[in-house]
Design a protein around this ligand. Sequence first.
Ligand code: GLU
Length: 501
Amino acid sequence: MTVRTRIAPSPTGAPHVGTAYMALFNLAFAKKHGGKMILRIEDTDQSRSSKKSEDAILSSLNWLGLHWDEGPDCGGDFGPYRQSERLNLYKEAIKKLVDAGYAYPCFCTAERLTELRKKQVENKETPRYDGHCLNLSEEEIEKKIKAGEKYVYRLKVPDDGVCRFNDELRGDVQFDWKQIDHQIIQKSDGFPTYHLASIVDDHHMGITHVIRGEEWINSTPKHILLYEGLGWEPPVFAHLPLLRNPDKSKLSKRKNPTSIDYYKDVGFLPEAVVNYLGMMGYTLPDQREIFDINEMSESFDIKRMSLGGPIFDIKKLKWLNGRYLREKLTPEEILQRMIEWKANPDFFAKILPFALKRLETLSDFFPLAQFLLNETPEYSPESLTEKMEGGDVAKLLKIAEWEMEKTSKWNRDELSSLFQRIAEVEEIKLKQILSPFFTAITGSNVSLPLFDSLELLGPDLVRTRIRNALEKLSKEGVGLSKKGLKKLEKEYIHKYGNLID
Ligand code: GLU
């Protein structure tokens, strides 16, 4: 048997370090066993998926040196490698599942489902579909479809008994079927959900080992049932612990930069990032700290992975990156890396038009440009509150952070309208609002134009700077308390609409 592993990112945002972490372990396992790693794009959520995000994911994994053997860019014998191009396979599977009695159409309206959920929560029951459409006759189904009623397909889950399966890291795992929902496997738009699409693809792509994040362990019973309904052999499952923020919560961009691009932008070395991800949950038999993917795969044993949630700590990553600079690269190589990074004419050319107005000598360029090269600028907390009280500054910073999460186009005009909107809603002059942002982003009150700077920095670096400003205010005792944040969240939803997850 040839080992085949896969990573299956959804192209719905910036390339996540969690994807790189999964890629590394899938790759180490495949390499160790002389197998292959496949990259599959899971783009069945058409409203959130984009080619831009797919390209960014591929390019950042390539930057890290985590290369796949088959994928949408390089092809392979098991393609296409984008789910949106495999819809016929999912349709076929649905038909098979319905015929075998493992799936059924459901016509319930959103209102009925909300009501049902509410009642179940009130009765302290696990929210779960109640099988209302389970026993519709063929005639009833046909009639409803003809009448144009919208429907989904659900997985028929047993009412009692237990589902048992083996997880390579955890051993025997059991779930009561009672706890498992009648999962929607095809949406009303005809697209499959993750559950159906991923198992159909894992089967047709000959995946032998599904190594994925532990957030999917609760879904595995559904997957086992789908394999059974389709008459296919399930692969081996291994659910890896998720990366965590230093406060042990699941790694999230609200607390930690999660985009691989962030680490590239602030000047980390790809091999140090990969080494650090490798240290998350795995130790080499000789306890060595510095290792590359080849050294890792030589001795890789998935059973030796630790189950504790590994903490992704930027301070540690910086320490390791420093060691790489000093121990692994020659000065010539470092120079070359700096040039590839930002110390190059292309990057300076982007800044120059904005800096021009303020230049008297050539050397004036560097202090002006410095904040575009740094991870975050240095400044005193007082400079944030020169024009406004600390509490108000904190609120505005937070509102802007939330609003920025909603912008799909990161450019100066969008950002300028975003601040305009905040000024209108908050009934504060734009100029007054911009003052603390200027400091938070550039570290000074004389610098390059704000909106152009935001565009050049990109969302990840901007988010980190806003977060730093908020931390500075908190340290001064004028930031947002936990209670204050909750209150602000409510106000925000009322005035600006929902938050993005
Ligand atoms: N598309 C899923 C995700 O991005 C893949 C999960 C899996 O590996 O099965 O989380």
